[in-house]
Design a protein around this ligand. Structure first.
Ligand SMILES: [Zn+2]
Length: 297
């Protein structure tokens, strides 16, 4: 009798324990982070982006996600992936390849710990992939600890490779970085007809990612996050204005709580924190980002 009580107790304990396999606390099996370089939140009301707007409507979104200063690329992609501000990771400029300030902590990959390195350290069975076009992204995560790394030469190649990777490899975590609309922002200028034309192309990339997820049979377990590093004003960015410092952030798919625009404060490093939280990672003490729990059920 006592034995039987003990064994049923054991079952209750076992069943109550969180599952530490491929599934995370929300039952999300795959996370795809899509980054659009230089997509300012200011552009959303005027942008013809039906897929992005469908994702916002059916998911959770913010138009007040804030960049760290300076409102430039490497410093902000680093903050997103490294779950900390530049004062800690040390990458402080638009094109930082190595930290200008000593990183406060060096992780197992030889640089400040990023989500990619921590995923591989803590959950080695998970498959990770990064596909990017702008070379600068390649310095901001632990390449040797990432299963698939593709440095494409243009955004059209990024999307083609991404579709292939989603279907063939089915990575648990995939980061897809698109170099536009940043280039058009520098050329024709932000908030110009050319910039909005480029955003229509970015929306097509979103449509293609969603289709690839569907074709791969991953639709039911996939969370998609769309984010940017900074916005812009006139023909640039890097300084202090909300047009440069506020970017759209969208959560869509598995586990997301459909809602009107999220109201809580969100910083760019909270995006990496959210990914780490969803994969049930233990946070390195040096990380300061907080998961955006408001977005989930
Ligand atoms: Zn730029």
């Amino acid at each position: 009798m006592i034995k039987r009580v003990i064994s049923s107790l054991a079952w209750i304990v076992l069943l109550a324990m969180p599952f530490h396999g491929f599934a995370n606390p929300k039952g999300i099996k795959h996370v795809i982070l899509i980054g659009f370089d230089g997509w300012g939140a200011y552009s959303v009301p005027n942008a013809d982006m039906p897929t992005a707007k469908m994702m916002m409507k059916k998911g959770a979104f913010s138009l007040t996600n804030r960049s760290v200063l300076p409102s430039s690329s490497a410093v902000n992609w680093a903050s997103m992936l490294m779950v900390a501000p530049p004062e800690l990771h040390g990458y402080t400029q638009w094109g930082s390849q190595t930290p200008e300030l000593p990183s406060r902590v060096i992780g197992p990959g030889g640089i400040f710990p990023s989500v990619l390195g921590q995923l591989k350290t803590q959950k080695p069975a998970l498959k990770t992939a990064v596909i990017y076009n702008w070379d600068g992204v390649g310095y901001l995560f632990e390449q040797k600890m990432t299963d698939t790394v593709i440095n494409a030469s243009k955004d059209e190649e990024v999307i083609d490779k991404a579709v292939g990777v989603i279907k063939d490899i089915k990575p648990d975590f995939l980061f897809i970085h698109f170099d536009e609309p940043d280039g058009v922002g520098h050329g024709a200028g932000h908030d110009t007809p050319a910039y909005y034309e480029q955003l229509e192309k970015n929306d097509v990339y979103l449509t293609k990612v969603l289709q690839a997820v569907k074709d791969a049979g991953l639709e039911k377990g996939t969370l998609i996050i769309v984010a940017a590093d900074h916005g812009g004003i006139n023909k640039g960015h890097g300084s202090i204005s909300m047009a440069e410092m506020q970017t759209p952030l969208i959560f869509f798919g598995k586990g997301v709580r459909q809602q009107p625009e999220m109201q809580q404060s969100i910083m760019i490093y909270d995006i990496g924190a959210t990914i780490a939280w969803l994969f049930d990672l233990k946070f390195p003490q040096v990380w300061t980002g907080r998961p955006i729990k408001e977005a989930f059920r």
